[in-house]
Design a protein around this ligand. Structure first.
Ligand code: ADE
Ligand code: ZN
Length: 371
């Protein structure tokens, strides 16, 4: 095999070639939950530390991602994780591990960490932020990864509780907290009722995103028009409504999709690995970025989500790099920081193109896609 400085490492389109691309691609992570990125061994360790009983669960059995076809079932396992991440040191540890082994090791250059204060049992908000921020700082010192915090409101709580959380976020505001999100089960909390909390957050200068993974498509417009979101987490059902799709294409609304977790949950397709809705979104001209949602809980990682799309949809470096460029556009860094991130991303893509050789940037013809 030729060395990277002499030419292509392997034939364009081969598994080895795709592997080189998905591993080396610079990544920007906008949809990764802190609680969803705790390694199972860490959950077991923390349970032991706090004298908590995980029942029959071991590190091997805790994350049975084949059982997460029902979002509700998955969220209850997430509650178990939340119940063991209980103090400042725990928050430091899970943040550091998520950003280093779960981020920088996959060429993630920047992450906007989605946190869920209501998912933690008995951790006061200031301690939560303090532990997370300390983990972010050490991860940056050790690996160069930069990060910010997006505070998720729980849509299974009352709108009043969500509004109260926004007041807490504002009261204890730090520069790292750049925005809010809305997570947990959409069927239990339609978005419009959270408008007062979102409007208050917007008035305080916080940026806004929200999950919409099960629909209906109309919810996308509620996020944009009533909650003031400037990006959407998931949003696959947008393609069921041509008018809303056309609007989102025209406004270039960023959709932060998570292929592997959503395939298992059957939101982005039929659970067959076809990722057909993501393909439809890309083909429609929507601005799509890719992340991993809850990586170890769904048996994935930041590289693997790109790998899944590269294999299922025949995407080459050109399209995969577009996902990262879209994430740069959609991120909530200030202008100067965003420009610096963009330069790092472009340097990484240019180096990867040289490394992979001719053919790397080309997107092969799309496979015939099932409806
Ligand atoms: N919290 C963590 N992952 C989530 C998801 N996929 N949907 C809603 N809430 C979540
Ligand atoms: Zn999510």
């Amino acid at each position: 095999m030729q060395t990277s400085s002499q030419g292509p490492r392997s034939a364009a389109g081969s598994s080895e070639f795709i592997e080189g691309i998905v591993r080396g691609l610079p990544k920007v992570s906008l949809h990764c939950h802190l609680l969803g990125s705790v390694q199972p061994g860490t959950v077991v360790d923390l349970a032991r530390k706090h004298g908590l009983n995980l029942g029959a669960h071991t590190a091997e059995t805790l994350y049975d991602h084949s059982s997460y076809e029902d979002l509700g079932e998955f969220l209850r396992v997430l509650d178990v994780v939340g119940s063991v991440v209980r103090d400042r040191d725990d928050l430091y540890r899970v943040t550091y591990e998520s950003l280093t082994a779960g981020g920088a090791a996959h060429h993630v250059l920047h992450r906007e960490i989605q946190i869920s204060p209501p998912g933690h049992v008995d951790v006061p908000y200031p301690a939560l932020i303090e532990g997370i921020t300390a983990g972010m700082q050490d991860a940056q010192t050790d690996t160069g990864i930069t990060s910010n915090i997006v505070v998720g409101l729980c849509r299974e709580d009352t709108p009043a509780a969500a509004r109260q959380l926004v007041e807490t976020v504002i009261e204890y505001r730090t520069p790292d907290v750049v925005g809010i999100g809305l997570d947990y089960a959409e069927v239990k909390g339609a978005p419009a009722q959270f408008a007062p909390a979102f409007i208050r957050a917007g008035e305080a200068g916080l940026r806004r995103t929200a999950h919409s993974e099960t629909g209906p498509p109309r919810h996308i417009e509620v996020l944009l028009d009533e909650l003031g979101c400037d990006r959407v987490d998931h949003g696959y059902h947008v393609v069921d409504d041509p008018r809303i799709t056309a609007r989102c294409v025209q406004e270039q609304v960023p959709f932060i999709c998570t292929p592997v977790s959503s395939d298992i949950g059957r939101y982005s397709g039929s659970g067959d690995g076809s990722h057909r809705r993501i393909a439809q979104m890309v083909d429609a001209g929507l601005k799509v970025a890719i992340d991993s949602d809850d990586p170890p809980m769904f048996g994935t990682d930041p590289t693997h989500d790109f790998r899944a799309l590269a294999h299922a949809l025949d995407y080459g470096l050109e399209q995969l790099a577009m996902f990262t460029r879209n994430a740069v556009d959609a991120c909530w860094l200030d202008t100067a920081e965003k420009a610096a991130l963009r330069s790092r991303v472009e340097e990484g893509i240019a180096a990867l193109m040289i490394d992979m050789g001719p053919g790397a940037e080309k997107t092969p013809a799309a496979k015939t896609r099932p409806d």
